[in-house]
Design a protein around this ligand. Structure first.
Ligand SMILES: Nc1ncnc2c1ncn2[C@@H]1O[C@H](COP(=O)(O)OP(=O)(O)O)[C@@H](O)[C@H]1O
Ligand SMILES: [Mg+2]
Length: 251
């Protein structure tokens, strides 16, 4: 699904290199967790995957189903099925969440060569997905993310993810700012999306989320590189001993 080889990326404006020779493979159907201390480059990796223009790739490859995505703009990447849920979701004043969902779902359908959804069909799908996330339909009349609490923003992101049916999902710190009930709902949403032809990358600072989303693989990111990979036991090891031991080992 995803193969990142010797990736180097820097902030376009300042030229500061953040990703420094990162290697990562995520298989079809896999849920991979990326963990790492603050400032290790986790969010930057998600921005580079999304194709944000304020970051430049200077070396290496990002292959999605064997093909490089580096030349694709963010919209093209989304159309091929790459979905990113950001640590800080953007507020979109003036656009009702429902309207946003309609436009996004129909754009995705168009990219797949499908007809736009009829209004009743759209409402039915949104109602069902919102219900599964314990989301109030009234919220969907409000502008996207404007005045939403941290937990509501995360739910709105998971709702988009469910409705857009992406192939590769990247969730950046979906757990930050969530109380335990909201955390469970988000985790349930992610677990409902698990499928043999979909891969999910969960970026998290803490092990806690991984009690609810049990990963197939865990990768530790530090100073822009993956310094250790393992199975879910690696997350428990980090919870117990912190990052210091693994950082020392890798040095
Ligand atoms: N636009 C930027 N300009 C300069 N430094 C940046 C920029 N964006 C991120 N950084 C730096 O890159 C490092 C990695 O940041 P980030 O990817 O947000 O880490 P994480 O998500 O793992 O906490 C940090 O040291 C951060 O200060
Ligand atoms: Mg971050």
């Amino acid at each position: 699904m995803l193969e990142i080889k010797n990736l180097h990326a820097r902030v376009a404006e300042s030229g500061v290199e953040i990703i420094r020779g990162l290697n990562l493979t995520v298989k079809d159907g896999e849920v991979a967790a990326i963990m790492g201390p603050n400032g290790s480059g986790k969010s930057t990796l998600s921005y580079v995957l999304a194709g944000r223009p304020d970051y430049e790739v200077t070396e290496g490859e990002i292959l999605y189903n064997g093909e490089s995505i580096l030349e694709m703009d963010p919209a093209e990447r989304a159309a091929t099925g790459v979905f990113l849920a950001f640590q800080y979701p953007m507020e979109i004043p003036g656009v009702a969440t429902m309207e946003f969902l309609k436009v996004a779902m129909n754009a995705q359908r168009k990219a797949r060569g499908e007809d736009p959804l009829s209004i009743p069909d759209l409402l039915k799908r949104v109602k069902q997905a919102a219900g599964e996330l314990d989301m109030d339909m009234g919220m969907l009349k409000r502008p996207l993310n404007v005045g939403f609490s941290g937990g509501e923003k995360k739910r709105a992101e998971i709702l988009q993810m469910k409705l857009l049916e992406p192939k590769l999902c990247v969730l950046d710190e979906t757990d930050s700012g969530l109380d335990i009930d909201a955390l469970k709902i988000v985790a349930d949403g992610v677990n409902q999306l698990r499928s043999p032809d979909r891969s999910i990358v969960v970026i998290t600072h803490y092990q806690r989320l991984l009690d609810y989303i049990v990963p197939d693989a865990v990768h530790v990111l530090y100073k822009g590189q993956v310094i250790k990979s393992g199975d879910k036991s690696l997350a428990y090891e980090l919870e117990e001993n912190g990052y210091a031991g693994i950082i020392e080992e890798a040095a």
